[in-house]
Design a protein around this ligand. Structure first.
Ligand code: FDA
Length: 393
């Protein structure tokens, strides 16, 4: 095997496969080095096996980054419509779910198969179970790997982020960035459930485990409205995963349990109409009954509405509309769906993803400091950034 390639891509995930396919179609000799035994592992398990591969509503506002403008160019050059077009040209179809999320009807593996077929047709070579070690740069990039030495003119780092370490995920991309003198922002778990102190678990989340309700949750000027789920370990559900990306240790989150109404006004109206009804019964009309009971037992008391002053009802209403909770932490990388942080975007061209200080070196996908909201945004970032690098590498 000739061990010199035009382009070596480290990582056969979403971004690496897209980049390989595009560079291969331009006639570049491309090799992908993948440390696991197969490609697209995170695509295969995504979206409950159906892969939430993109979202109809796309824009920079759905991404976190030190530079919120960085993702605009890649997202505009390779859009969600382009990826949908790729799928439909190969006979794949999708289902739209809430908030514009698209899931593949033929399953996540069909997307991996499509990308692999396109890569094969473009002559891309694959080396699996290949662990990359030392990388140096003279005239070319030289890579020492568990399968011998390789060299390339361009090197694309597509090793993803460190979430779900049992899948072999690491911060390898940041180590390469450091090796070449590029700045990076440490990875931090994102899209991850919250944990709570033992008292809250015993009194609230464990007795309510399995119950979910529609809430609006805020933290650090970010707001989301989706389902919240009580669990044996704390809180989860889409709204919690979303807000976790904006949370820092020590921050409270504010949970609006009745996002469609001013709870204080509503309770005063109820008092006028049904003065003899107990508070837990009234709250149980709008909230899961077990939650209403626990809130009354532990916070509000449980007398008939006539026993509360207007001031007390206003206070109870304020708590229902802005329940202040202090998570003790998150479940960490072990269950995080993504990680914030990555290679500092100031080091990269937003058009090509090439490192300004190291011509020929590219970073794409989750290794870059661009992290999407829940809902197909992280895959779209992988497709878009991979495509951009694939046009020039
Ligand atoms: P990705 O992690 O896909 O690929 C990196 C590849 O590099 C891996 O194959 C890895 O083995 C390889 N690698 C790492 N280090 C290496 C080394 N040193 N040498 C060689 N190879 C190396 N997003 C979304 O938009 N919709 C969804 O439905 C979901 N669902 C979802 C579920 C779960 C459980 C998780 C954990 C994540 C998601 N995501 C998601 C997030 C999404 O999976 C993620 O953002 C993308 O896979 C990132 O694509 P990358 O190509 O950057 O990394």
């Amino acid at each position: 095997m000739n061990r010199h390639f035009d382009v070596i891509i480290i990582g056969a995930g979403a971004a690496g496969l897209m980049c390989a396919m595009e560079a291969g179609q331009r006639g570049r000799r491309v090799l992908i080095l993948e440390k696991s035994g197969r490609a697209g592992n995170k695509i295969r398990i995504s979206g409950g096996g159906k892969s939430n591969f993109t979202n109809l509503n796309m824009g920079a506002e759905y991404f976190l980054s030190r530079n919120p403008h960085f993702c605009k160019s890649p997202l505009a050059r390779y859009t969600q419509w382009d990826f949908m077009d790729l799928l439909s040209r190969h006979g794949l179809t999708w289902e739209e779910r809430e908030h514009g999320q698209l899931f593949c009807n033929q399953g996540a593996t069909a997307i991996v198969d499509l990308l692999l077929e396109q890569c094969r047709n473009a002559g891309v070579a694959f080396q699996y179970e290949c662990e990359v070690g030392e990388i140096s740069r003279g005239e070319h990039f030289q890579l020492r790997t568990s399968q011998g030495k390789f060299s390339s003119t361009s090197l694309v780092v597509a090793t993803g982020g460190p979430s779900i370490p049992r899948m072999g995920s690491t911060d390898f991309g940041l180590r390469i960035a450091r090796r070449f003198g590029l700045k990076s922002i440490p990875f931090k778990p994102a899209l991850v459930p919250f944990t709570f102190p033992p008292g809250f678990i015993a009194r609230v989340s464990r007795p309510l485990a399995g119950i979910s309700l529609n809430t609006a949750v805020s933290c650090n000027n970010a707001h989301f409205r989706e389902q919240l789920l009580f669990t044996h370990r704390g809180l989860s559900g889409p709204v919690i995963l979303q807000i976790s990306s904006y949370w820092n240790k020590g921050d409270h989150i504010s949970v609006d349990l009745l996002p469609d109404r001013d709870a204080g006004d509503w309770l005063r109206d109820e008092q006028g109409a049904h003065a003899n009804r107990r508070l837990n019964t009234v709250l149980g009309d709008q909230l899961p009954r077990r939650l209403a009971n626990i809130l009354c037992e532990q916070n509000f008391g449980n007398q008939p509405l006539q026993g509360f002053t207007h001031g007390q009802l206003a206070e109870i209403g304020a708590t229902l509309n802005a329940w202040q909770l202090l998570p003790s932490g998150t479940e960490g990388m072990r269950t995080a769906e993504a990680a914030t942080g990555g290679v500092d975007t100031r080091e990269l061209s937003s058009r090509t993803l090439e490192a300004g200080k190291v011509p020929g070196l590219y970073f794409i996908g989750e290794t870059v400091d661009v992290t999407g909201h829940l809902g197909g945004y992280n895959f779209q970032w992988a497709w878009s950034s991979g495509w951009c690098a694939g046009q020039v590498a």
